[in-house]
Ligand binder design. Structure first.
Ligand SMILES: [Zn+2]
Length: 73
């Protein structure tokens, strides 16, 4: 039977399509970067992963560097 194989493929598809959008919080001022929202005004499109945010990104509120942001649960 191929049933087991099929259900495994479905499972992988589901994981792929279900990419979690995370949030990152500025440890200095508490500003939260939301991957799903991005910062269109700063040229960061909605849906941009934190890893894809430029390393020279600065907090729009307090100008803290990207390294000061911590993941939010
Ligand atoms: Zn900040």
């Amino acid at each position: 039977m191929m049933l087991e194989c099929n259900s495994r493929t479905e499972e992988m598809k589901r994981e792929r399509g279900n990419e979690v959008m995370r949030k990152y919080k500025c440890a200095v001022c508490g500003y939260v970067y939301n991957e799903a929202a991005g910062i269109p005004g700063k040229g960061i499109a909605p849906g941009t992963n934190w890893d894809d945010v430029p390393s020279n990104f600065l907090c729009p509120v307090c100008k803290a560097p990207k390294s000061m942001f911590k993941p939010v649960d």
